[in-house]
Design a binder for this molecule. Structure first.
Ligand SMILES: Cc1cc2nc3c(=O)[nH]c(=O)nc-3n(C[C@H](O)[C@H](O)[C@H](O)COP(=O)(O)OP(=O)(O)OC[C@H]3O[C@@H](n4cnc5c(N)ncnc54)[C@H](O)[C@@H]3O)c2cc1C
Ligand SMILES: *[C@@H]1O[C@H](CO)[C@@H](O)[C@H](O)[C@H]1NC(C)=O
Ligand SMILES: *[C@@H]1O[C@H](CO)[C@@H](O)[C@H](O)[C@H]1NC(C)=O
Ligand SMILES: *[C@@H]1O[C@H](CO)[C@@H](O)[C@H](O)[C@H]1NC(C)=O
Ligand SMILES: *[C@@H]1O[C@H](CO)[C@@H](O)[C@H](O)[C@H]1NC(C)=O
Ligand SMILES: *[C@@H]1O[C@H](CO)[C@@H](O)[C@H](O)[C@H]1NC(C)=O
Ligand SMILES: *[C@@H]1O[C@H](CO)[C@@H](O)[C@H](O)[C@H]1NC(C)=O
Ligand SMILES: *[C@@H]1O[C@H](CO)[C@@H](O)[C@H](O)[C@H]1NC(C)=O
Ligand SMILES: *[C@@H]1O[C@H](CO)[C@@H](O)[C@H](O)[C@H]1NC(C)=O
Length: 621
């Protein structure tokens, strides 16, 4: 298993020695005492995470519009384990888990999973201004054109790639590769990037020596090399960007959207407990500092924007009376709108860790972090000049591969075509959700033969190759189990409930061995250490290893899907909640099918795009 001998304390002590130039707090109206807010705002945004802050920024551009953000967590304090990429990404476990499991994490865990030998999987989620962008691994990439075109095909006009793309770039502030890494010929296309947004995207000032071997191994395996994967052609191998501020090589979060404005108020440390309705119109939000404490409320004159993330948004909807009527009634909740799709269609990407050692001919690898002397030298280098491996998140290079690259797609297609989709959903699933899943199932099946959309990613690093499932056929559910807003949501991810997902990962596991076996990696004597070629050989053994090993890739989505209502949708293509007025959902919940990419760059685009609808309404309605 993973063995880490490093003295963590040495690092943390070293880290706390310095503080540097990241703006430490929001300079606008920052409120910790709820008695200091106005009685009413034009817009109240629930959740100051990735999406909530983007929307807050755009809505408050108009000085005459008042906006309140209600966030459960606090502002962070620029702790080194948040700002320093390598420490904070949690990707080198020997250096600690960064903000995950800290006071900025909701510490949620899913329920026991039968397909995972009854294991429960932890699902970290940011409880802090910036939400997931304060906890995440800083990978900043986008899916292929087809990943977004599917959204439109499911009945959402305006969400095909070409229409959506400008909003993804709008959020971005891109910086080309620096002189230090220019020797690597990292190429980019300026048309694929924005430069005026508030989340930085840049390449770290360090390339791991083994990246050259990975690059070469991809050539050997005839995998296309993509010069810039950010423009809709993302099936192949590429250097990946980080959400990284190039001025000081620190984490860039959605906090960058929080520009100081007197009409933008931010209330921290308060949990939204309920959206208030009057005759089907959202009129306010109820909130509280915690269980057993006073409940307060604020009125809203235009809209409530729900941006609590894919794990909490369905919880708040259900607590507010929006969800499956029968289910809500069974809990004694008054039904505002019967919307069975709330909490359904949950999807996540899954990763499978496989370990390796690099044994010769490489100056340094991430395995050297077990040498505390070296690690401290590298941290010192980061402190003094913002260079070296601490600017990275542990690797530089990915491969996002179509099924046909690593397996026989024909076999998958016949298996998928033979499936009756309803059989892979929970038995008490509403017919509209079955219809929605069937439509998605058809698209997923069609895509199995595509050469331009990825089925698995391969995260390529010195000490691991990690296949990651990108196109899950499995669907789970997030719901409440209590009328208390302080009880966590019940997360049932139903990982691997469709066996096609296992089949993809089995093929991916084998392909990781093929990559390792390339002569470019054999040149540096890469050897599998976990699980080990002697230990896991047959397909049955691989499958067992997968069930014991898979973990979340942290890309939860779908729980308030943007889909036609008859397909189990919760929001329309302007992200308005069906059946009520004055309420939108703007966060990862609305994504009807996950793109083959880490999630943040896409969600930034979703949040930017919704602002267009809101502006339109304000002007013309
Ligand atoms: C550990 C981790 C690693 C990740 N790594 C990557 C990565 O490397 N690359 C990538 O692209 N993506 C990554 N992601 C995913 C990405 O960060 C998320 O998809 C993204 O943050 C989702 O944005 P959101 O707006 O939907 O929700 P969030 O950013 O989670 O924001 C939701 C906010 O709502 C608040 N909230 C919730 N309930 C309430 C309530 N009742 N009242 C008030 N406030 C509430 C939360 O505290 C939070 O601040 C990672 C995520 C995690 C957790
Ligand atoms: C919040 O403000 C009110 C009114 O000014 C005051 O009575 C109360 O003590 C304050 N609460 C805290 C926790 O400071
Ligand atoms: C999460 O768990 C950690 C460790 O137990 C704890 O320190 C932290 O306060 C918890 N986070 C929250 C938001 O409660
Ligand atoms: C998982 O739990 C179920 C129900 O409790 C039980 O029947 C089953 O044997 C368990 N499976 C494993 C692998 O422990
Ligand atoms: C890094 O590890 C390799 C392999 O163990 C070793 O040869 C090399 O000397 C190490 N470098 C440092 C700086 O520790
Ligand atoms: C550990 O790192 C130091 C500093 O780079 C180096 O001098 C030393 O040889 C390394 N030790 C080992 C065992 O590689
Ligand atoms: C893929 O599998 C099918 C049968 O499932 C077989 O006919 C075909 O030859 C295989 N293709 C390759 C390239 O192995
Ligand atoms: C749901 O609530 C019931 C009753 O309180 C409890 O028995 C059950 O364990 C809960 N389930 C989950 C998954 O929390
Ligand atoms: C690894 O490469 C060798 C030599 O090219 C080959 O014989 C062997 O089958 C390969 N193994 C795998 C798992 O690809």
């Amino acid at each position: 298993m993973r063995q880490f001998s490093l003295n963590k304390l040495t690092f943390l002590v070293t880290c706390f020695r310095f503080v540097y130039g990241r703006p430490s707090s929001y300079l606008g109206k920052r409120i910790t005492n709820s008695s200091d807010i106005l009685n009413s705002y034009d817009y109240v945004i629930v959740g100051g995470g990735l999406s909530g802050l983007v929307v807050a920024n755009r809505l408050s551009e108009d000085a005459g519009t008042t906006v309140l953000v209600i966030e459960a967590g606090p502002f962070d304090e620029n702790e080194p384990w948040i700002t320093i990429p390598l420490l904070s990404s949690g990707n080198i476990p020997s250096l600690g888990s960064g903000p995950r499991g800290s006071k900025y994490d909701w510490n949620l865990t899913g329920i026991s999973q039968p397909e995972l030998g009854n294991r429960s999987v932890k699902t970290p989620a940011g409880k802090v201004i910036g939400g997931g962008t304060v906890l995440n691994g800083e990978v900043f990439n986008r899916g292929s054109k087809n990943d977004y075109d599917r959204w439109e095909e499911l009945g959402n006009p305006g969400w095909d790639f070409d229409s959506f793309f400008p909003y993804m770039t709008k959020a971005e502030n891109f910086t080309p590769p620096s002189a230090e890494i220019a020797v690597w010929d990292i190429e980019y296309n300026p048309q694929y990037h924005g430069e005026k947004g508030h989340v930085h995207s840049s390449y770290p000032r360090f390339i791991w020596p083994s990246s050259e071997n990975f690059l070469e191994s991809m050539r050997e395996l005839e995998i296309p090399y993509i010069k810039d994967s950010m423009g809709g052609d993302a099936a192949g191998a590429f250097w990946f960007l980080q959400s990284l501020n190039p001025d000081d090589e620190s984490r860039s979060t959605s906090q960058g959207f929080l520009v100081p404005r007197s009409n933008l108020h931010v209330l921290t440390g308060n949990i939204a407990t309920k959206i208030l309705f009057d005759a089907g119109v959202a009129t306010g939000v109820e909130f509280s500092e915690g269980e057993g404490l006073e409940r307060n409320s604020v009125s809203v004159s235009k809209e409530v924007i729900l941006s609590a993330g894919a794990l909490h948004t369905p919880q708040i909807l259900q607590l507010s009376g929006i969800g499956d009527a029968g289910f809500l009634s069974s809990l004694g909740i008054d039904v505002v709108e019967d919307l069975p799709g709330v909490g359904e269609n949950y999807q996540d990407h899954l990763l499978l860790f496989t370990g390796q050692a690099v044994r010769v001919n490489v100056a340094v690898s991430s395995a050297n972090f077990t040498n505390a002397t070296w690690s401290n030298e590298m941290l010192e280098l980061y402190e003094t000049s913002r260079e070296g491996p601490f600017t990275t998140v542990g690797g530089n290079f990915f491969a996002f591969l179509p099924l046909s690259t690593f397996s026989n797609a024909t076999t998958f297609i016949s298996e998928a075509s033979a499936q009756e989709p309803a059989q892979f959903l929970l038995s008490n699933t509403d017919p509209s959700i079955i219809s929605g899943y069937s439509a998605q199932h058809a698209l997923l099946t069609k895509e199995l033969s595509s050469n331009s959309a990825a089925n698995l990613e391969f995260i390529l690093g010195d000490t691991s190759i990690i296949p990651g499932l990108q196109k899950p056929f499995s669907r789970g559910r997030v719901s409440i189990n209590s009328t208390s807003p302080f009880a966590g949501p019940v997360i049932n991810p139903r990982y691997l409930s469709n066996p096609l997902d296992i089949s993809s990962l089995v093929a991916g596991f084998k392909f990781a061995r093929t990559i390792r076996n390339s002569s470019a990696l054999q040149d540096i004597d890469v050897v599998e250490t976990y699980p080990g070629t002697a230990v896991v050989q047959t397909d049955d053994q691989i499958e067992e290893f997968i069930r014991e090993g898979v973990d979340t890739l942290h890309h939860h989505g779908g729980t308030a899907s943007m889909l036609p209502r008859e397909l189990g949708g919760v929001v329309d293509s302007s992200l308005r909640v069906y059946g009520v007025k004055g309420l939108r959902v703007v966060d990862a919940s609305i994504v009807p099918m996950l793109p083959a990419a880490h999630f943040q760059a896409t969600i930034y685009g979703v949040a930017e795009k919704v602002c267009l609808f809101i502006w339109y309404k304000r002007r013309f309605n």
